[in-house]
Design a protein around this ligand. Structure first.
Ligand SMILES: NC(=O)C1=CN([C@@H]2O[C@H](COP(=O)(O)OP(=O)(O)OC[C@H]3O[C@@H](n4cnc5c(N)ncnc54)[C@H](O)[C@@H]3O)[C@@H](O)[C@H]2O)C=CC1
Ligand SMILES: O=C(CO)COP(=O)(O)O
Ligand SMILES: [Zn+2]
Length: 348
């Protein structure tokens, strides 16, 4: 008997373009949601766009959070129940979007994603990435019902946030290699469609490198399209595997050892140089990753991340412990091997 089944959840509306933030209420009206919204944001996005969103909704409440954590999720759930809200609007970078995504899952209500930075591919994904103690959970949640990505707003964000988004996409190269490896060695379920989409997204972004420049709104357009596409790959896979391999484990470990030092996307980009070296060594494909990052203005060294060499080596040698996800790191990289890889690639 044929017994396979799959359930792919995707956003219903994706609006992307100049000034579309002011169409948020229209995009929400199209979803036939009931009740009032709760705006879930963090301090800077709140300052940048909070009032523009509140002006479009009667009876809206707001909560501003400092970090992504299970406590923040609980706080949002509590406020949403207290105010009896019908749905959530997530405004900001990856952290408020992840918190709102998970809270909406707990509340069994929908949410709408309004990114203020093209810095990560969680804009559309059906995963929520939340740290807890020594580990980081990639929790299944529903993707947003709608995404409203205003390229005018995204283009005004500090340029480094956009280069972080580019690096999060470039890391798809190694994420897919890790996923294929895990499929071959550990029989981890693999989706060829999701793997191909993720890799093609990275290739198309790298192919558009000449148009990705500070001050060009088209850059925000190109990067956001790639972030949406990568998020869709995660939704097709039903896991973050297409966009998160060993380079992400390295970054999650840096978040633990040296919290707040660098942006998620920048960390995974440098992680990708290192893990590509482990994948293909002397063939030099790590140089392609490094050059693509460097062309887009993303960091390629520990120094540019603002992280010292010892911390990079500690993160690289312990990254395999952070989550039960088989990657090129296997059961761990020795300190000597980590130092050699980081030295040859020029990361340290
Ligand atoms: N769920 C998923 O599938 C994914 C989740 N993530 C998660 O997302 C997070 C990384 O996302 P980030 O956006 O880097 O984090 P973030 O939300 O902390 O934002 C980074 C910084 O940019 C600021 N910012 C945002 N928009 C701004 C604007 N327009 N102008 C000035 N400053 C602005 C924020 O206030 C913050 O200080 C990580 O926790 C990562 O694990 C990343 C990729 C995928
Ligand atoms: O950051 C991600 C993809 O870019 C996904 O995060 P996780 O590694 O937590 O699943
Ligand atoms: Zn990422």
């Amino acid at each position: 008997m044929f017994d396979k089944s799959t359930w792919i959840k995707l956003p219903r509306n994706v609006l992307q373009g100049h000034g579309v933030l002011d169409d948020l209420a229209d995009a929400v009206a199209e979803l036939y949601l009931s009740g009032n919204p709760l705006l879930v944001t963090s301090p800077t996005p709140e300052r940048i766009a909070g009032d523009r969103i509140r002006a479009q909704f009667d009876g809206i409440s707001s909560v501003s959070l400092d970090r992504a954590s299970f406590e923040s999720v609980e706080r949002v759930v509590e406020i949403a129940r207290e105010k009896d809200v019908g749905y959530l609007i997530a405004l900001g970078g990856g952290k408020p979007i992840d918190v709102a995504k998970m809270a909406s899952d707990h509340l069994d209500c929908g949410f709408v994603s309004v990114p203020t930075a093209a810095s990560h591919d969680g804009i559309v994904s059906g995963r929520s990435s939340i740290p807890e103690g020594d580990t980081r959970h990639s929790v299944a949640a529903d993707p947003p019902l709608a995404v409203v990505a205003d390229t005018e707003l995204l283009a005004e964000a500090p340029w480094e946030l956009t280069t972080a988004g580019c690096a999060d996409i470039i890391s798809n190269y190694t994420a897919v290699k890790d996923w294929e490896l895990a499929h071959r060695l550990k029989n981890v379920e693999y989706s060829e469609y999701a793997g191909a989409l993720s890799q093609m997204t990275a290739e198309m972004l790298v192919g558009s490198a000449d148009s990705i420049k500070p001050g060009l709104e088209e850059s925000a357009w190109i990067v956001t399209k790639a972030l949406v596409s990568s998020g869709v790959a995660m939704s097709i896979a039903g896991s973050s595997r297409p966009a998160s391999g060993a380079e992400h484990l390295f970054s999650h470990q840096l978040d633990r050892i040296a919290p707040g030092s660098a942006l998620h996307g920048h960390q995974v980009g440098v992680g990708s140089i290192l893990t590509e070296y482990f994948h293909s060594g002397a063939r030099g494909e790590w140089m392609d990753i490094r050059d693509a990052l460097s062309t887009m203005g993303a960091p390629t060294t520990a120094d540019e991340l603002g992280i010292d060499d010892e911390t990079v080596i500690e993160a690289l040698t312990t990254a395999h412990e952070i989550r039960d996800r088989y990657t090129i790191l296997g059961d761990g990289v020795s300190e000597d091997a980590a130092i050699e890889a980081a030295t040859i690639t020029g990361v340290i």
